[in-house]
Design a protein around this ligand. Structure first.
Ligand code: C5P
Length: 224
C-alpha cells in the first residue's frame, strides 16, 4: 500500500527530462515540487564561493546543515543573494555532484527534503528520491535517455537561457557526472527495485508526462 500522502518520485541522470516532466505533472495534479538537485547545487555553489576546496567533508556537511536559502516567486536566494541562474551552469552541476558524493551532506539534506511531502501531494525530482528519500512513494519513475540525446537537450536549454554552451564539452561533462553519480557509495544513481523505467530518447515530453499521470491515477485514484 502506498503512503496516505501521495508522492511521485522521478529519478534519473542529468538531461533525461526529469525537471520538465516533474513541473508538468505537478502542475496537472496541483501538487508541490521538490527539485532536490537545486539543494545539492546550492551546497556546491556555497563551497565554491567560500573557496575552501572540495575535500573537507566535515566542513562541507556543516555548510549544508546551515545553508541560508530562500525560495521566493520562482527565484532562489543564498545568503540573501539571488543565485537562480548561477546554480544552473554545468560547473555548478559538477560541483553539486562532488558534494553529493559525501554522506554527511546527504544526511544534512534528508529531513529538509522529506519536509516537502505535504498535502495534496508531492512530485520529487532527483537521483535517490525513490530509493532513499521517499522509499514508500506510490509511483516511482526512473527516466533515462542516451548520453548524446541528453547532451543535445542540455545544450538547447542553456542556449535558450542565453548561457554559454559547447556540445562536445557538455557530452564529456554529462558522462563524467553520470559516472560519478552512478559509482558513489552513498545513494548512487540506480532505479529503485519497484521503479518504472522509461527511456525517453525517442519519446516526446508529452508522452512521458502522460505515462506518469496514468500511473498516478492508477495508484492514487482520488487524483484529478
Ligand atoms: O538534477 P541536477 O542536475 O540539478 O543535480 C545536480 C547534481 O546533484 C547531480 O549530478 C547529482 O550529483 C546531485 N544530486 C544527487 N541527488 C539528488 C539530486 C541531485 O546526488 N537527489
Amino acid at each position: 500500500m502506498p503512503d496516505a500522502l501521495p508522492v511521485i518520485t522521478i529519478d534519473g541522470p542529468s538531461g533525461s527530462g526529469k525537471g520538465t516532466v516533474t513541473q508538468r505533472v505537478a502542475a496537472q495534479l496541483g501538487w508541490r515540487v521538490l527539485d532536490s538537485g537545486a539543494l545539492y547545487r546550492l551546497v556546491g555553489f556555497a563551497v565554491d564561493q567560500r573557496a575552501i576546496g572540495f575535500e573537507d567533508e566535515n566542513k562541507i556537511s556543516k555548510i549544508a546543515e546551515e545553508l541560508d536559502v530562500e525560495f521566493k516567486d520562482g527565484k532562489i536566494f543564498l545568503d540573501g543573494r539571488e543565485v537562480t541562474d548561477l546554480i544552473r551552469t554545468e560547473g555548478a552541476g559538477n560541483n553539486a555532484s562532488k558534494v553529493a558524493a559525501m554522506p554527511g551532506v546527504r544526511a544534512a539534506l534528508l529531513d529538509w527534503q522529506r519536509g516537502y511531502a505535504q498535502p495534496p501531494g508531492l512530485v520529487a525530482d532527483g537521483r535517490d528520491m525513490g530509493t532513499t528519500v521517499f522509499p514508500t512513494a506510490g509511483v516511482k519513475i526512473f527516466l533515462t535517455a542516451s548520453a548524446a540525446e541528453r547532451a543535445q537537450r542540455r545544450y538547447k536549454q542553456l542556449k535558450e537561457k542565453g548561457l554559454p554552451a559547447n556540445l562536445a564539452a557538455l557530452t564529456t561533462e554529462i558522462e563524467e557526472r553520470d559516472a560519478r553519480d552512478r559509482s558513489r557509495a552513498a545513494s548512487p544513481l540506480v532505479p529503485a527495485a519497484d521503479a518504472i523505467v522509461i527511456d525517453s530518447t525517442a519519446l516526446s515530453i508529452e508522452d512521458v508526462v502522460e505515462t506518469v499521470l496514468q500511473n498516478a491515477r492508477r495508484v492514487y485514484p482520488a487524483t484529478s
